[in-house]
Design a protein around this ligand. Structure first.
Ligand code: S3P
Length: 178
């Protein structure tokens, strides 16, 4: 494998963290999650940063963490759903990585997000499904620039991981070039 990073973009609840962690393990790369790095750096939960300091401050911290992370090599990077809204972030993702879009249908996103709604500050309004649809529409043009996408709605984490590996390395599971 080259030195490039693999960057997972996509809406919350599309499986970026779970898929990223599994993928990294399978290809012997290091896994990093930008939301977790922000929490380590600040000692605060993402949801508390939103509540106490506002989304702008969160986006600034996110950009800072992405600048640091994208100096790395051979990482699997899971990004926050809104990271693609910042052009500098996007440039860094594309310069130093293969960008993969994890997608899912809005109803699936809602179902997954509801398990941890307390951690999803953007979905706390009275009609979260509408919010998801609206945000997805807004963000789709950015997600769509990825090298390829995988719809995670109806498949397991393992299946998503093997599709990504297949696309990136051109190898199917259990097949070897030897
Ligand atoms: C956000 C998604 C969250 C987190 C923050 C904002 C967004 O990350 O960064 O709550 O704007 O969609 P996940 O996509 O990992 O849930």
């Amino acid at each position: 494998m080259g030195l490039k990073n693999i960057v997972l973009i996509g809406f919350m609840g599309t499986g970026k963290s779970a898929v990223g962690r599994r993928l990294a393990k399978e290809i012997f790369s290091r896994f990093v999650d930008t939301d977790r790095l922000i929490e380590e750096k600040t000692g605060k939960k993402v949801v508390d940063i939103f509540a106490e300091e506002g989304e702008r401050r969160f986006r600034a911290l996110e950009a800072e963490v992405i600048r640091e992370v994208m100096k790395g090599e051979r990482l699997v990077v899971s990004t926050g759903g809104g990271a693609v809204l910042n052009q500098d972030n996007l440039d860094l993702f594309y310069q130093n990585g293969t960008v993969v879009w994890l997608a899912a249908r809005p109803e699936i996103i809602l179902k997954r997000a509801q398990r941890r709604i307390g951690n999803r500050p953007l979905l706390r309004g009275s009609n979260p499904l509408l919010t998801i649809e609206h945000l997805l529409e807004q963000r789709k043009p950015y997600y769509k620039r990825a090298a390829f996408s995988v719809d995670t709605s109806d498949i397991s984490i393992d299946e998503v991981v093997s599709q990504i590996k297949e696309k990136i390395f051109g190898l199917e599971d259990n097949k070897s070039i030897a």
